[in-house]
Design a protein around this ligand. Structure first.
Ligand code: FAD
Length: 470
């Protein structure tokens, strides 16, 4: 039995179903906790929106931990040094953490474990983030998966561990107020759209299971509807764990058979997250390197003005601008529109997908080290289980299909508020009198499209095809 234990929190900002916290409280008389806003050169720094979320989440976590008698200290700096220094200062005998899966993070954590062992400090690590860890499921020939469907078939046949109960603490202490740098105004505004923290995450899941699940399949692709769970930032920071979601859904399915299809569909989407982590773990630096090596040869266009128009939601293509503005205002974008905006950038505009991935990384509150690069690669056509390069989304027909009356566009692009639904996704096709009646002056009140969808599609096929045809 160690007397003094330390829990190093990372992507697991919760007290329930947190095996590292649980083990520390079981094994140690005195438990402390730290979070380090890491500045180590080998690790990717968090983007602005995620950092803002993190700071609020830490304040709430600190209060929850205080109820268990655990004090949370937050540092900025290099974790490699900070953890060792902290253990020495507080005579910590055992360190507990939940594992992370990126190649750089794994190397980093392995080095820290080694240095702590050298100091006589024991390290124990656990799985808090995934349904199954990346090495636990394999193809029949023993390799990792590249394609989602067989991955999902395998995963859904596994026994997913039940979440563990909240740990028993050693009494209450007073939560110290955590002093953190304030976030910029932009981040303050976008956080106004969210309730942060473990309690909020569970409330959101409960609300979704009660209301949203029964229409999930019908509404999940409609960006104007509140048809998905909205759990992604909570999952990103581990304010809720996937096992907790998995078993809550299984419970509903068992109790109400009529929800079985909806429940399975939702769980399969949740499984995409595990699949992204499977890729993150088994492939080499997916934020930097295309999973299909042939894509390293593409000559991407250097088009800073187009990139800026895309970032600002000023491309003149309504559903794209709606999505990019939703992202800027709320730190979140609907999945269907993420696909369309990513396709426009990496295919029609032929701008390196990594530039788009980096923008999402900085502006999404759910910016996820696995889901973000894996999804960008999927859309750009260079991912493991990617759409083929020639499947280029058409934002006009996609808009007409998934936002038929233009409610989503009208909400985020108020300049087009009054435009007839017939032209809401392609205002450039409307007659002058139709535009005039809607108060639109194309090129002045709303941009003309920065790219011709038809010819840019051909250009993309040519550029991507000649380089990538096997
Ligand atoms: P729901 O439909 O309620 O799904 C529940 C959970 O399942 C999600 O929170 C998420 O964890 C997981 N999930 C659902 N769809 C996917 C998917 N296609 N891929 C992986 N996991 C999924 N998701 C992120 O969490 N972080 C990102 O940084 C991110 N970047 C993306 C970038 C692009 C270009 C694209 C096309 C998709 C990206 N996604 C990302 C996946 C997906 O868009 C979001 O997970 C989803 O929109 C989150 O909303 P939700 O929680 O309401 O989803």
């Amino acid at each position: 039995m160690s007397h003094s234990g330390l829990v190093w929190f990372r992507d697991d900002l919760r007290t329930s179903d947190n095996p590292a916290l649980w083990a520390a409280l079981e094994k140690c008389d005195d438990v402390r906790a730290i979070y380090i806003i890491e500045a180590d050169a080998n690790l990717r720094p968090m983007g602005g929106a995620a950092l803002a979320w993190l700071k609020e989440s830490l304040k709430l976590l600190s209060k929850d931990l205080a109820r268990l008698g655990v004090a949370l200290d937050v540092f900025n700096g290099e974790s490699a040094e900070a953890v060792a220094a902290y253990t020495q200062e507080h005579s910590v005998e055992a360190v507990f953490w939940n594992r992370r899966y990126g190649p750089a993070e794994r190397d980093h954590d392995a080095a820290i474990k080694k240095s702590l062992s050298g100091l006589g400090v024991a390290v124990s690590s656990f799985n808090a983030s995934l349904l199954m860890e990346p090495w636990e499921i394999k193809t029949k020939s023993g390799t990792s998966f590249s394609v989602f469907t067989p991955f999902w078939k395998n995963l859904r046949g596994q026994n997913i561990a039940f979440p563990i109960n909240p740990p028993k603490g050693h009494g209450r202490i007073k939560a110290e107020d955590i002093e953190l740098e304030p976030h910029p105004d932009w981040a303050d505004r976008l956080l106004g759209n969210w309730k942060i923290g473990e309690t909020a995450a569970h409330d959101k899941l409960a609300g979704f299971l009660e209301q949203g699940l029964r229409t999930y399949q019908k509404k999940r692709d409609l960006p104007s509807e509140d048809g998905t769970s909205g759990l992604s930032p909570h999952l990103r920071f581990g304010e809720i764990g996937p096992r907790q979601i998995w078993h809550a859904v299984q419970h509903i399915i068992e109790a109400k058979h009529s929800l079985a299809d909806e429940g399975q569909k939702f769980l399969s989407e949740l499984a995409w997250r595990d699949f992204s982590y499977h890729l993150l773990y088994h492939r080499d630096d997916i934020a930097a390197k295309p999973m299909q090596a042939r894509f390293s040869e593409i000559e991407w266009r250097n088009a800073p003005k187009s990139l800026e128009a895309w970032q600002k939601g000023q491309t003149g293509i309504p559903i794209i601008d709606a999505g990019m503005r939703q992202l800027w205002a709320t730190g979140w974008m609907h999945n269907r529109v993420r696909m369309l905006t990513a396709s426009l950038l990496s295919q029609n505009l032929l701008i390196d997908w990594r530039k788009g991935e980096a923008w999402f990384w900085d502006t999404l509150v759910d910016a996820d080290p696995a889901n973000n690069p894996a999804s960008w690669q999927w859309v750009a056509g260079c991912g493991a289980d990617a759409a083929p390069y020639f499947r280029i989304f058409n934002p006009v027909t996609q808009g007409q299909k998934f936002d038929p009356d233009g409610a989503y566009v009208r909400r985020w692009v108020p300049e087009l508020q009054k435009l007839d639904a017939k032209y809401i996704h392609n205002p450039w096709d409307a007659r002058d009198d139709v535009l005039e009646k809607a108060g639109i002056n194309l090129g002045k009140s709303y941009p003309k499209p920065i790219v011709d969808l038809k010819s840019s599609r051909e250009r993309a096929l040519e550029a991507l095809g000649t380089r990538t045809r096997a």
